[in-house]
Ligand binder design. Sequence first.
Ligand code: ASP
Length: 427
Amino acid sequence: MSLTQRILIAMLLGLLTGALLNAIYSFNVLPTAISTSLDSLLVNGIFDTVGQIFVRLLKLLVVPLVFVSLICGVSSLGNNSRMGAVASKTVILYMATTAIAIALAILTALLVKPGQGIDLAMATEFVAKEAPPLKQTIINIFPSNPIQSMANGSILQVIVFALLVGFAISRAGDQGKRIGNFFNDLNTIIMKMVMILMKLAPYGIFCLLAKLFADVGIAMIMSLAKYFFTVVFVLLLHSLGVYSIIFKAFTGLNIKTFLSKLRPALALAFSTASSGATMPVTMRTVEQRMGVSKSVSSFTVPLGATINMDGTAIMQGVATVFIAQAYNIGLGLEGYLTVVLAATLASIGTAAVPGVGLVMLVMVLNQVGLPVEGIGLIIGVDRLLDMTRTATNITGDAMVTTVVAKSEGLLYTEVFNDPQTSVDEAV
Ligand code: ASP
């Protein structure tokens, strides 16, 4: 069985096991003492421990991978650097796809009206945290101490430092070459580590999903079905519709091949709900299975994981309309345009970890004067939506990466079209 198949089976088994355990708890099928020990030994014991260890192992690779591979990528571009072109195309595409995502979300939600007739009393309490001001967000991109940036996992700061080091290496003659070779070797080793960890993915994914679905009952969805399925519908529309059009128009390649090669990364995004933790696998997928040159992916993938969150923006668009409808507040065209702008900026500021999209929604709601307590209405299903939107987030990163690489002549189409690179073990 291929790794992809094993991962998909693990997802399914995890989901079923979790749902079964949840049903056992909810309907008191077993005596309380047995249920309690099942919960503490299995769900909060084995599943939680293995799941958390797996996510930690993935996260462990993020800083070294971003730092080393970006240095390799930039230094290999050499003196006649196309970095400026790569960077501007990437940022423009990331922004544009996010704006399209929110507009799509708002329009769909206005048509479906998920918030109409919602009982405001069902809101759980939500304590809003202050979002950082824009000026500080911009200043924070630049590190004052690279070691601290790495220790804190501030990816944008690590990117800035690595760009500088890589650029300097490409201009430092023989010394630069020597150090460049060292980083290239290091990069090969880190990529091997990603590969080794992927072998553990089926176990990690099974435990993460079993724990999650044991804790979060699917019944929760029913009370908010309209909101939940509106978000899921727009996520699918964006990932399968908008991305296909852009991908086909700019690369002429087959989107089915793209999506099928992305499957392991998608499974990981879904079960970890973190584009940050998934990043090493996204990077490996676009480089080794899709044929994107490292000089593009080493920049675009970590940048995307940090600032490009179309799925998150979609949730924020639908949630804003939902809350406006629930509280019976009209926003008007100007209000919705403000939402598009605010949610695009919010998605840049959203950290690539579970649940932050909801925290950033505070900023969007504040911009248009909607009650922040409204978030309490949707919090119950947010964990489930977080998983789905994270999968969209990483699809966007990989799609833009491939498009930019193709436009720069840095996509090896033989690798993209080679069915052999679909087999995980082969690469
Ligand atoms: N979990 C999302 C991600 O990592 C962010 C969010 O929407 O909360 O991409």
